[in-house]
Each structure stands twice: as C-alpha cells, then as structure tokens.
Write a new protein. Sequence first.
Lengths: 113, 115
Amino acid sequence: DQQVKQNSPSLSVQEGRISILNCDYTNSMFDYFLWYKKYPAEGPTFLISISSIKDKNEDGRFTVFLNKSAKHLSLHIVPSQPGDSAVYFCAARINTNAGKSTFGDGTTLTVKP
Amino acid sequence: EAQVTQNPRYLITVTGKKLTVTCSQNMNHEYMSWYRQDPGLGLRQIYYSMNVEVTDKGDVPEGYKVSRKEKRNFPLILESPSPNQTSLYFCASSPIGAYSNQPQHFGDGTRLSIL
C-alpha cells in the first residue's frame, strides 16, 4: 500500500514557464510534508516543506500548496530554470510517529532552454 | 563542511558474503536513517535511529541490521546479501529526530550489486 504517490514519472517544461509537480497521499495522519530534489549521482537535498496547519508555503521561486481535504500537495516552480532539471521527491511524516518518513516515487523534471 | 559520508560508493559482491555499508555524519545529529531507492518504488525506509543505542524498523527491514554505538555512525549490515538487495542506498541524518520537523541531510548514495 503506497501511502504517498507521485503519479507523473516525468514532466518537461520550457525555461521560464511554470513547473507543477503533484503528490497525493492516503494517510490522513500525515501532518508534515517535504519536497526534496535529487541530481544524478548525488543524494536528495531538501527544497521546501509545509505543515498541515498551513495551505501554502513559499520560498523564492518555489511554492508548495497543500489541500488536506483532497490529500494532495503540489510544488510550483516559477520561473523554471534548466538547473531545476532533477528528480523531485515528495515525503510525508506523522510527527507523533517518531522517525518514520514515507516518500513518493519521484518525478523527473526536465526544463528545456 | 557539514556532510553525511557513505562508504563504499559502489560495491559488486556475491550472494551470502556479509557486507557493511558505513555512514558517518559530522553535524552532531541525533537522528539517522537508511533508505533504499529502486526504480518505480521511490525511497523506502529500512531502519532509523533516534539516538545512540536506539534503533527501529522502517518499512523494509528484512535482511538488514543496523547499530548505533556512536552518535556519528550508523552502519548498515547485510549478513547474507541476496540479489533482491541490489539497490541504491542512502543514509540520512537530521537534528532531534522527526519531532523537530527538521529536513534530512542525505549522503550521496551507495550502489550495491549482489550477484
């Protein structure tokens, strides 16, 4: 039972346009969500996060939106740059369940110049 | 430089030959964790540790052991590796475990091939 799903394995956008990466979850107990970015031959690096008490968090070009009723979150990148080309993982956890993190499959974003 | 260091980065070995993948962090983090990444399955958590001498199973612990004798080190042990443990492994750490909502810092990965 995959509790965190990223249904789009890949996404291609033009430089300067908006990239929207989606993530769905099934466990309503999840109360903290994170996005990580991963380049080839490197480990994932933290990008942005959001607590379930919020519906939006913004950091520069990156904004994460959370829709709790739909159990859906999305990462918006505006404007997209070629350096954003990477695999993006969505992760979720329950703060009272110490230590466990659940990741999605990842979405490969390609930003074309 | 703050980092999580995994060794080896690549290893090809044979079924049944015990191996250890080391993980060390220099950030004094309490929390450490191991993941494996497989195509179409994302990152799956193997084991995690909230602090020295405290370890717990993740979602896919079968066939793995861990230990946390020191704060900085969290080795992953495959006592009798099998081909289905061929994967890309990541170690991660963060301060004060999940309660603090701190993101994890990941190592660069260890690619294991079990023949």
